[in-house]
Ligand binder design. Structure first.
Ligand code: B12
Length: 314
């Protein structure tokens, strides 16, 4: 326990969290340094540290940051006698039974899975928004959203249940990614066209790509779900994108003729990406690239945008 007030860096080291996380907890949840000596940076007192330790512990256990902060703020002053650190009684509400498997994903994913089973939209949204603010889009997708979405799919395949959970989580993920995209609207012409294949309704991975591109400062156009091939080619001919990312999640929507149509378009894009688990590598037309994950889709899109901008300057 400390005897004197600490800097943000010292608190971050003690708790094993990033200084940016401390800043987020301060700005969003009011868990900031309370000692203020005029002309100096604010410092964290012993009481602040106890509260932040509760915040760290509960969020690591998968409690949503808003709920954890409520508990942390209620912590009595440790200088007072008889202090008892509160422990939350675990989440209220019925969870409908069972769990969503998240494999080796961390506590945040387990917390999100529990909130999903309780159909607790506020906690789902809060957990996703916090992860996006703290770690960015790619990390949030890979470490939090993807394991939970895959777990929902797995559980649905085994039980034919959880459709309500799947719909609620999908909605919350869409809203959080849209908010992240709006927060960083890139300037400059939209050189990347994002589209789902014909009849394809799985849009979340493309929404993650849109938010990640916005975060990287790359402008895009998003056509969304179920785009007939004639409409896709029309959009390409009207906007002349550097790259088109065509998403197919299942074999049923992965007709390679859609990719051939893009390659034959009068304003053929420099790069055509066949993204998603629907596509079969051995049926892709020559010249089509298949990214393995979100990070690769972002870096390929960024590189082709840069190449086009460079060639226009030369
Ligand atoms: C959410 C969801 C829905 C939502 C979609 C909402 C939305 N707005 O997107 C709704 C309810 C609409 C839906 C509908 C259906 N669904 Co659905 N759905 C899912 C679920 C749970 C998550 C989808 C998702 O976003 N996955 C993202 C991650 C988890 O998928 P991933 O494969 O691991 O992705 C990796 C790779 O693709 C790779 N990658 C490679 N390149 C790139 C590029 C980029 C940019 C990114 C991001 C990633 C990437 O990295 C990814 C991870 O980052 C999946 C389960 C699952 N495992 O995917 C079922 C699932 C895909 N659905 C399934 C089915 C059957 C359907 C329906 C046919 C159900 C029905 N009877 O109506 C319809 C299909 C409608 C249609 N024609 O498209 C099956 C598909 C089975 C199959 N292989 O054919 C699944 C696998 C569930 C299951 N186990 O049964 N679904």
């Amino acid at each position: 326990m400390v005897d004197e007030a600490l800097s943000a860096g010292a608190v971050a080291r003690r708790l094993g969290v990033a200084v940016t996380t401390l800043r987020t907890w301060h700005q969003r949840y009011g868990l900031g340094p309370s000692e203020h000596i005029p002309g100096h940076h604010r410092r964290y007192t012993r009481t602040d540290l106890v509260r932040l330790e509760i915040m760290r512990r509960l969020t690591a256990e998968g409690v949503s940051p808003a709920e954890a902060a409520r508990w942390a703020r209620q912590a009595p002053d440790p200088m007072a006698n008889g202090t008892v650190i509160p422990t939350p009684i675990h989440p209220t509400g019925r969870d409908g039974g069972g769990t969503i498997p998240v494999g080796r994903a961390g506590p945040a994913a387990r917390g999100l899975a529990r909130a999903a089973m309780r159909l607790d939209a506020a906690a789902i949204s809060e957990t996703i928004a916090h992860a996006l603010a703290a770690g960015g889009v790619v990390a949030t997708w890979d470490a939090l959203l993807r394991p939970v979405l895959a777990g929902i799919g797995e559980r649905h395949a085994a039980t034919a249940g959880l459709i309500e959970v799947e719909h609620l989580v999908s909605r919350c993920v869409s809203e959080a990614l849209a908010a992240a995209s709006r927060a960083k609207v890139p300037t400059g012409p939209a050189r990347i066209l994002l589209s789902c294949a014909d009849e394809e309704q799985h849009t979340l991975p493309l929404e993650a790509l849109a938010a990640a591109l916005a975060e990287a400062g790359v402008s895009y156009r998003m056509l969304g779900a179920r785009v007939p091939v004639a409409a896709l080619v029309e959009a390409v001919n009207r906007t002349g994108p550097a790259a088109v990312v065509l998403w197919s999640h299942t074999r049923a929507t992965a007709d390679p003729a859609q990719l051939s149509a893009l390659l034959a378009a009068p304003r053929r894009p420099l790069l055509v990406l066949a993204a998603g688990p629907g596509w079969r590598a051995d049926t892709l037309p020559a010249g089509v690239v298949r990214p393995v994950d979100l990070a690769e889709a972002v870096s390929l899109s960024t590189a082709v945008r840069d190449a086009l901008d460079q060639s226009r300057r030369d």
